[in-house]
Write a protein that binds this ligand. Structure first.
Ligand SMILES: [Zn+2]
Length: 178
């Protein structure tokens, strides 16, 4: 039985292999590796995203995501739900559906775990360190806003998500209110 930390580590390493010099991870095929299919919610009932077991096949899951959000937000929402499938499969099966909103959300600790793994999938440590090296940025200097912007473009994540990730990895990003 893998611990949560080990599962996060393995998933982050698998995600890191999906990056190339000029392209970040494509989250939908990555989900398929974990037997998860993604769909846009065209009925407008899903606020962010949710995940549930697939009706047709055991061990398969499906994510519904709000198509009206930005591409960056959609990617993060999908990575968050995928993280529940990787870390909290039993809870999904027990609840039938897991959704950040309402009574369908998991406890705060598990929601935070899913956010943490989502960030590691979309911005694996190894890849961030390589990019920072290419930008000639060291941990003891302030990361300029222009660098954060170019990292957002490469990783296809929002500005706040990138800043939080950089800070978690020990980089200094100044004066933003995130
Ligand atoms: Zn969640």
């Amino acid at each position: 039985m893998n611990t949560t930390q080990e599962r996060m580590q393995t998933t982050e390493a698998a995600a890191a292999r999906m990056f190339s010099d000029d392209a970040c991870i494509d989250i939908i095929p990555f989900c398929n590796k974990y037997n998860v299919k993604c769909f846009f919610d065209d009925e407008g009932t899903v606020k962010n995203a949710n995940i549930m077991p697939s009706d047709d096949a055991q061990g398969q899951f499906k994510i519904y995501v709000n198509p009206n959000h930005s591409k960056q937000r959609i990617r993060f929402s999908i990575a968050h739900e995928l993280s529940h499938r990787i870390l909290h499969e039993e809870e999904i099966l027990k609840k039938g559906r897991v959704d950040r909103q309402s009574a369908q959300s998991l406890d705060l600790k598990k929601e935070k775990e899913a956010d943490k793994l989502a960030a590691r999938i979309l911005m694996p440590k190894q890849v961030v360190l390589e990019k920072m090296h290419q930008l000639s940025l060291q941990k003891d200097e302030t990361v300029p806003e222009s660098a954060v912007q170019s990292l957002c473009e490469y990783f296809q994540v929002s500005f706040p998500a990138m800043i939080i990730r950089l800070r978690n990895l020990g980089y200094y990003v100044s004066h933003h209110s995130y």
